[in-house]
Design a protein around this ligand. Sequence first.
Ligand SMILES: Nc1ncnc2c1ncn2[C@@H]1O[C@H](COP(=O)(O)OP(=O)(O)O)[C@@H](O)[C@H]1O
Ligand SMILES: CC(=O)OP(=O)(O)O
Ligand SMILES: [Mg+2]
Length: 598
Amino acid sequence: MRILVFNAGSSSLKFGVYDIPRGGGLVQMQQCFKGSFDRFGAGGCDYRAGLDEGTVTRAPYTDLASATQAVPDMLARAGITGIEAVGHRIAHGGAEFTAATALSAEVLEKIHALTPLAPLHNPANLKAVEIARDVWPDLPQWAVFDTSFHLTNPARAVTYAVPQHWRDAGLRRFGFHGTSHKYVAQRAAEALGRELRDLRLISLHLGNGASACAVALGESIDSSMGMTPLEGLVMGTRSGDVDPGLFGYLSRQMGLGITEIEDALYRDSGLKGLTGSSDMRDVEDRAAAGDADAQLAINIYAYRARKYIGAYAAAMGGLDALIFTGGIGENSPSMRRRICDGLEFMGLKLDHDRNMAVELGAHAAPQIQAYGTRVNVLVTETAEQLMIAREVAQAIRTPQGEALRIPIAVSARHVHLSQCAVDALFGPGYELTPDKPLRQKGHWAARERVVLHGPKGEIANVAILGPLRDRTQVEISRTDGFALGIDAPVRQSGALDGTPHIRLIGPAGQYDTNGLIIAARHIHMNSADAQQIGLSDGDTVNVTLTTSGRGLTFGGVLIRVTDNAFTEMHIDTDEANAAGISGAVEGELSGEAVLRST
Ligand SMILES: Nc1ncnc2c1ncn2[C@@H]1O[C@H](COP(=O)(O)OP(=O)(O)O)[C@@H](O)[C@H]1O
Ligand SMILES: CC(=O)OP(=O)(O)O
Ligand SMILES: [Mg+2]
């Protein structure tokens, strides 16, 4: 499979072509061509092409759009043919897009609607989509969003303390550069020989746009950009954090309009506002030559980044490694040094020689901390394009391309009764009263309730689900098992041989029975959905819950296919609590799981 990737940033356009050999996995993915344009100006831009990074030439393009327009010809001249899909970086995907998404007309519409929240980025990203669709109208186009990785951030990190009706209108923090933060976090874990799920990391992506991200135990838990890519660190042309009180002052005292203020914060602030140049190379050169403005800019830049390191170490309750990436993070030893200076108190100190000697190749993620210090410090190239290609390839390999989203129902403790049990509990020949229909057709919850009685305690008011069954089955959670004092096994529904005994108590008597289980998590799936996604009865899959506060993947979820099932996943209350679920949630069958089962 051959995938072309466009990564349009605020100051540069990068593109790459990636191959996965037939029958190979994502790890075998190889880059076969790449190019980048930056330093756009009236006289053109810098251009690097081919796998050999070194050569910089001048190209006549004065802006990102004209450079993007030139890419198809460049690929043709380089003999690159046979592209099967195009992946695009899209900066803002809002709260909806948790993974690579096929660019349908509807999805494009949603991305357009988010443009006011990323005015430097989404238009450039969409331009690349438009050009690619013109040139390759038959190829599938995919989006990979900067925001997706951060959708695991907890509510306390993403909620602005503003009036309720503003929050209801969608005001919240998102975070960007997620593809980069995710990639470098994985690289750092590999380089340290540790599992990502055991590490607390801070990633500093310092490019033209810049952001810090706290990655705790494999998930982004906070990042410095907010609802827009304006919040946080000092950037090339963006201010980063300012007092929102500035707006009123600028408007009332200085007579500026909203557009002027916003434009200045996006385009004329940051390094550019402080020094006249948005390019750190220029700023460093000027500072070295004695320019006081440039020196102050560098100090502000480093100080702001250092403050975020302190904040995120506190947010995570510790720090195992700090990662530098992005044009500045990768290439400026002096900036890395300034950012880290003064952090010895938290076990973070650089080794001068290692910091100066950093050489980044495709497989290197050098460590630059002083020997014997507690916090590892790594420098690594980011690889947003590679990550985008991987995510697109994985999504394409998932049957139907898109992950199947399934509603999740939380089963509280309940019993299924036999006629024998009903007779004993409610009186001979008693008929239960169906009260509420369940989503599985023909199933209902009865008005009647029973008590569960165990050696340690009782649980009252337990629901009875109909219709009646041949054998009585009692489904509880592990926590209920402690309350009752009985250790119940995890079983599929109906697999009751050898299960423990429990006493049920009803208004007319008691009933002792085996059949006490913790229901194995499962998905009811109708035949059409199963066929569409390539699953059969008895398969097991992984289901990822990214929308919940504690985002979690459930492994070994059993698929139960019946003709007219309502497709829905059932978990118990312990599982729901572990995933931080309240209210309606959807889970996502992860591509990996689907691949394994077919
Ligand atoms: N050798 C270097 N020293 C200092 N800064 C550098 C160096 N090389 C690149 N940079 C800076 O990196 C920034 C661009 O980062 P990059 O990640 O390429 O941008 P983008 O966010 O557009 O992808 C610019 O400020 C540039 O000056
Ligand atoms: C979101 C963002 O700031 O991206 P970039 O670094 O490409 O400007
Ligand atoms: Mg960038």
